[in-house]
Design a protein around this ligand. Structure first.
Ligand SMILES: O=C(O)CCC(=O)C(=O)O
Ligand SMILES: [Fe+2]
Length: 376
């Protein structure tokens, strides 16, 4: 409501009715909690390092008797028989990936030609960079008109290596959603509960869905998505090969400390250098056109494109991963955003098991505060 927004704005700008002494006591409590959490985290990291070093050394000397892990196939489920409740209980909350089939996301088909006609924009391209220090081993390549990239990305040798990666449609080409009331796109019921849509001015709510276009020479090296967000990608054209590891398996994965990146190349791993990798639980699979892949937050994954791809995707936070999101906000000193998700006012928590798919326009105009939620 208007009143709630005014109160919210007052709090952000410090004009609240709360007495200053109370406010500063409150802040002191939060900072105390924050310091304790950081201290506990540092201790756990130290312990983790010790366990990792021991396991790595034991395996080098052939003394680890653990059986190696066999890759498992990504599970496939039809949206026609997968309820919101089962999706949450079986995949989102436990952190398991799944491929969902039989979803209808767009009104008219979102083909390359549709984007070429609809988005008269200049885009920034990414390309592969061998260093594991950059996001997905990608770096900025060049800028060019989207239409020109679409026309040349499967034929021009240089542009075959360029990747249009996570290009925000609401920000850069809102025309794709059609004229009001914006029915050109339908948000699947599993993701309609996105908490970013409930956060007033937080700023992420208009980043997605986003666009991916790249040839069979493009890929994203293993990484964890930012801020604990979960991710889905709906593939319109092409084939993508995914490898997915569990967030409970970090001891086997050789993460670059303090980054969301990893040393091994998951598609061509040098096992002698990373001996513990063979013990990590891995899901693997090839995504086909018309399929949506769900990657729950915090889990390492890598993907390469086996043929030229066109896809739309979204990062989001909901009841299943908000615990990771607020942790990442705290670790990055994003205190105001942390408060948005924890003050029990701004972001109503929970999901509805009866959630239906929503057109883009409906999704953007829900009154989240007025619903009753039965899933937490
Ligand atoms: O499809 C890709 O290349 C990468 C998708 C992904 O994992 C991401 O954007 O976080
Ligand atoms: Fe990702």
């Amino acid at each position: 409501t208007i009143e709630a927004r005014a109160a919210f704005a007052d709090r952000l700008s410090g004009r609240s009715a709360v007495k200053e002494a109370d406010a500063s006591r409150h802040n002191e409590q939060i900072m105390q909690l924050f310091r304790s959490l950081r201290e506990g985290h540092a201790r756990l990291r130290k312990l983790f390092k010790e366990i990792f070093s021991q396991l790595h050394a034991l395996d080098l000397f052939g003394k680890l008797q653990t059986p190696r892990h066999r890759a498992r196939q990504l599970e496939r489920r039809s949206a026609s028989e997968l309820s919101v409740r089962e999706f949450m209980d079986k995949y989102a909350f436990p952190g398991r990936p799944v491929v969902i089939t039989d979803l209808q996301l767009t009104g008219q088909p979102w083909t390359l030609d549709f984007f070429r006609r609809t988005c008269n924009k200049t885009v920034s391209m990414m390309r592969k960079n061998g260093s594991s220090a950059t996001w997905g081993r990608l770096e900025f390549a060049d800028k060019l008109p989207l239409a020109e990239f679409i026309d040349t990305h499967t034929t021009n040798a240089t542009r075959k290596t360029w990747y249009l990666h996570d290009w925000s449609l609401p920000r850069k080409c809102p025309e794709v959603f059609g004229p009001a009331p914006y029915t050109g796109f339908t948000m699947p019921k599993y993701f309609a509960g996105d908490y970013f849509q409930r956060t007033a001015f937080q700023g992420q709510q208009h980043s997605w869905p986003s666009l991916f276009i790249g040839s069979e020479e493009t890929e994203s090296a293993m990484h964890i998505d930012s801020a604990g967000t979960s991710f889905w990608l709906y593939l319109i054209e092409g084939r993508k090969q995914w490898r997915f590891y569990s967030r409970t398996d970090f001891v086997n994965l050789y993460q670059r400390p303090g980054t969301p990146h990893f040393y091994p190349d998951v598609f061509e791993p040098v096992h002698e250098h990373f001996p513990l990798l063979k013990y990590a639980e891995m899901f693997e699979g090839i995504q086909e056109p018309g399929e949506l892949i769900f990657i729950p937050g915090g889990n390492p994954h890598g993907v390469r494109n086996l043929s030229p791809i066109l896809g739309v995707s979204m990062n989001y936070v909901d009841a299943s991963n908000v615990w990771m999101h607020v942790w990442e906000l705290l670790m990055d000193d994003h205190f105001p955003e942390f408060e948005l998700f924890t003050d029990n006012i701004t972001v109503p928590h929970g999901l509805r098991s009866t959630q239906q798919p929503l057109s883009f326009g409906e999704w953007k105009s829900q009154t989240w505060n007025e619903f009753r939620y039965d899933m937490f």
